[in-house]
Write a protein that binds this ligand. Sequence first.
Ligand code: OXD
Ligand code: MN
Length: 601
Amino acid sequence: MKDIAPAISPPSGIGNNKPANQAVLDWVHEVELLAKPENICWCDGSERECDYLLQEAMRQNVLIKLNEKKVPRSYLHRSNPNDVARVEQFTFICAPTKEEAGPTNNWSEPGETYAKLQGLLKGAMRGRTLFVVPYIMGPPDSPLTKVGFEITDSIYVVLSMRIMTRMGEIAVKRLGNDPAAEWNRGVHSLLDIDPARRFICHFPQDNTIISVGSGYGGNVLLSKKCLALRIGSYLARKQGWMAEHMLILGVESPEGKKHYVAAAFPSACGKTNFAMLIPPKHFAGWKVTTVGDDIAWMQIRNGRLYAVNPENGYFGVVPGTSYKSNPNAMKSISHDTLYTNVALTDDGDVWWESKDGPPPKHAIDWKGNDWTPDSKEKAAHPNSRFATPMRNNPVLDLDVEKGEGVPISAIIFGGRRSNTMPLVFQSFDWEHGVYLGATMASETTAAATGAVGQVRRDPMAMLPFCGYNIGDYFRHWLAIGKRLTNPPLIFNVNWFRKGEGGKFLWPGFGDNMRVLKWIIDRSEGSDAALKSPIGWLPGLHDLDLAELEIDHKCVDELLEIDHEEWKKELAEHKNFFDSLGGVVPEVLMKQGEQLAARFAE
Ligand code: OXD
Ligand code: MN
């Protein structure tokens, strides 16, 4: 299977949706002169265009059509095996100075970087089609919504952008004719998919992204991590809003009382599962609905935080998804889905590790090789993905298109921690909550290249996505808090604590509703909590554990604060802040001291 494909020649009426905005035309012309494509396809996002591009993608061996009966209107793509995850080491923030990019980002001088990228893009699209993909991020009538244009030479990217964003005519119309209007310029070329020529570069001051040498979603769907988070966070600070790596869910009681919650977990830590949670039987009448599964853009309205999901689809990790872990995701991806790097069964279905039912006797693995259950290799890559439109989600929230967003009652931080962090606790106030987010840590996953399972600090789950100096980002959080008269409460959760023998103590999945319920209760003013040095914890009887088979010893362990572990944890917070070289705001340094003092009491 291929990523790089030769030029297409669309029939008349397809590929000529040229916008009138002169700034866009000039920019595309500039890239055309540099990259020398065979032709240009100006996309309009129509069904007809999509059908044509799908046919071409199949003809060119970029996509395989799956069995129409088993997974209607769905396709499989296999990426180059050297190109399966985000590459943080090749991701750059090209702000004018290194200080502006800050200690957590790779920085590269803008002038030199443009020159290097121009060198790489020179003639890079020869024999290929240059696609122009207009899109918007955010609901059509939201003041937060942004326009982007992505140039790409990958048909797979065009088809993925069609799922992940509101693409086509809608963006051209929203931009209008004003050449000075704000819009994001994104240039992507596969080049020759060589890791040595792979760079994901952001120029926040120019609202520009250039990504070369990769075809992996997180590196090339420029709307997502690049615009909605890295450039987004930069714009958000400048413009007084927030761009966060958070799911957004709605939770409604049987009496019809509804709250919205935003939760920041690092990549591949269960945001999609949490956002689509099905409450256990004991919570009959409770409903959880999804606004977003990965990114929240939030603004202040009447002293409260309101969130929109800028995306239009879900780009989720496939392995581990099953009817047991996430029935709503399984239903969402049962049709109209673009799969990447999963296994193909002999009857044209898709398969991955831990999918329900027995493994197939034979399949083609993600690399295109024969696979049987005896094979040593995984059938699906651990970071194999689905791209599916959010309208497929059976529990999509009815207010997902609401321009003003949904009011956020609680913010949750969380990571994968085998020890130390209790199942759930609440910060004392906003400032303390910012400290919880700033010191968050998680064991690394397959979503980015590099070692898996190592604890790393990942402030607000934004370490790979904050487009400017992390110290200023913390300051921005603190400043937002000052403007909120009715701030969300801030919590920390950890579904991943392990007990003796390395077994997870908490069942997770639907039972996370029990934790969510305590969070909602607290948001409604319940006093069912115990004060501890790290924050408010539920007492043993404050969590509704009815009909859950879990012994009290496990619950004790889940809620335990082990002073020895916390001594180490506090030292790590301090080391982390110190490693940032003096950019951390004084109030957060003080929060660390106060936390240590509470332990000493
Ligand atoms: C993602 C990620 O794909 O965080 O959402 O890597
Ligand atoms: Mn993510």
